[in-house]
Design a protein around this ligand. Structure first.
Ligand SMILES: Cc1cc2nc3c(=O)[nH]c(=O)nc-3n(C[C@H](O)[C@H](O)[C@H](O)COP(=O)(O)O)c2cc1C
Length: 405
């Protein structure tokens, strides 16, 4: 049976949550599920903003039917053509054959690639800044290309001053029973997942996010309605500030992420010793990951959060341990930049891990290698203690120079 909420005068949330799906995009674990939001405006004309994933189609269509209350659907606005928001376009057109589909030229190109609608007479193409009057409400469209697909646009409702923001400001995590960010302890319930969503899905496109934020700064926004996660009606500056920081690749927090690969425990031992020594110096903000154990999306999210990384890995078949190599390629692909990085390499007969690690890091933008990379020949020996202490001191000095307290 339907479940909907009116979020503003005549504007209804008609989405839902999926807590069964193991991996979002078949890649990212989602232990807290995921929410798919769609919004229906009931005015002289009716307008539905985006749709949802096929996993919740049945509930979604009941929601839409219930709110429409026997009326027809006049407009279907497609801000984003990713299938987790578009799965219901064909069914909606079948049910409401006269519905006007509102999008830009790229939207319609993608509709035709994904579906076999053959309903171009229903297309209502908009350009940057165009307006659509529904009665009391007027929608205005702004393009946000590559946040994070080329066709993406956002829709601004002028009367209630609501931004329907597509994937922007979204997060992993199903609705916990409430749909507004101020009804939960966002900082503890959602923030880590919002960062993981941003870093892994939108992170590559910092320049484009910055351009979109600049455009939106000209609007008075009272509510942000993303297609994932909670609706923002209070403290909007909080999430806007996070997006601004994340998209500038500026660390949120001074601190150290230690990530290592290790087969027999010798690299792990050195990483533990580094963390222990940093702890003795008073560093509290540290996260340590075995890259073979933790899904890369979590490590990448923390790399986005913290200012420093220590990366350790063994040499493997004259190269770098595969899992570490894959993770660093992923980080580079997501455009992570502006971090301070210390390196640890291990080998038994010829050390390749250090030069490869150095090369991968130096090929990323604005990365700074801290201290002298520490090489372990199979297992660390007591004679290397002063050298390790020096590296730890260099990491600590760099943290303090960055303002760590
Ligand atoms: C399949 C395999 C390939 C390896 N290839 C190399 C290599 O090309 N060069 C080298 O010096 N050591 C190589 N090693 C040795 C490890 O890098 C070395 O034993 C290291 O100390 C392991 O670190 P860990 O104790 O953290 O796992 C290889 C080890 C394995 C299991």
């Amino acid at each position: 049976m339907y479940y909907v909420q009116e979020i503003a005068d005549s504007i209804h949330w008609v989405g839902g949550s999926d807590r069964r799906l193991e991996r979002f995009e078949n890649m990212f674990p989602i232990p807290h599920g995921v929410a798919y939001n769609s919004y229906l405006i009931m005015d002289e004309k009716t307008a539905l903003i985006d749709t949802v994933d096929s996993s919740i189609s049945a509930l979604y269509l009941e929601n839409v039917t219930h709110v429409l209350g026997g009326r027809s659907l006049d407009y279907l606005v497609i801000n984003h053509m990713e299938p987790d928001h578009c799965a219901n376009i064909e069914e909606l057109v079948r049910r409401y054959p006269d519905v006007k589909i509102v999008g830009n030229s790229k939207t319609f190109q993608f509709i035709e690639q994904f579906y076999s609608l053959n309903k171009s007479e229903n297309y209502c193409e908009v350009k940057e800044g165009d307006q659509l009057a529904l009665g009391k409400h007027t929608l205005q469209f702004f393009f946000a290309p590559m946040v994070h697909w080329p066709e993406v646009m956002v829709t601004y409702e002028q009367t209630e001053k609501i931004l329907f923001s597509a994937d922007a400001f979204g997060t992993f995590g199903a609705h916990p029973g409430t749909i507004f960010s101020d009804q939960v302890d966002f900082e503890h319930v959602y923030l880590d997942e919002a960062r993981r969503y941003y870093a892994n899905i939108v992170g590559k496109y910092g320049i484009q996010v910055q351009a979109a934020l600049k455009k939106l700064a000209a609007l008075e926004i009272r509510m942000i309605c993303s297609v994932h996660g909670p609706v923002w009606r209070k403290n909007l500056a909080y999430i806007l500030d996070k997006y601004d920081r994340w998209s500038r690749y500026e660390p949120e927090q001074k601190g150290v992420v230690l990530l290592y690969a290790s087969m027999y425990g010798n690299t792990e031992n050195v990483m533990n010793r580094i963390a222990g020594k940093l702890g003795e110096k008073g560093v509290r903000d540290m996260r340590m990951y075995d890259v073979s154990k933790t899904h890369p999306s979590y490590i990448i999210a923390d790399a986005w959060k913290y200012s420093h990384m220590v990366i350790g890995a063994p040499t493997y078949n004259m190269g770098l341990y595969f899992v570490m190599e894959a993770l660093l390629h992923e980080m580079a692909g997501l455009n992570l930049q502006n971090r301070k990085v210390a390196l640890v390499g291990n080998y038994t007969w010829a050390c390749k891990s250090v030069p490869i690690l150095r090369n991968l890091i130096e090929n990323m933008k604005k990365m700074q290698i801290v201290g002298k990379p520490f090489e372990v020949n199979s297992a660390m020996k007591a004679a290397q203690e002063p050298e390790l202490d020096k590296l730890v001191e260099d990491i600590y000095t760099s943290l303090i120079a960055d303002g760590y307290q």
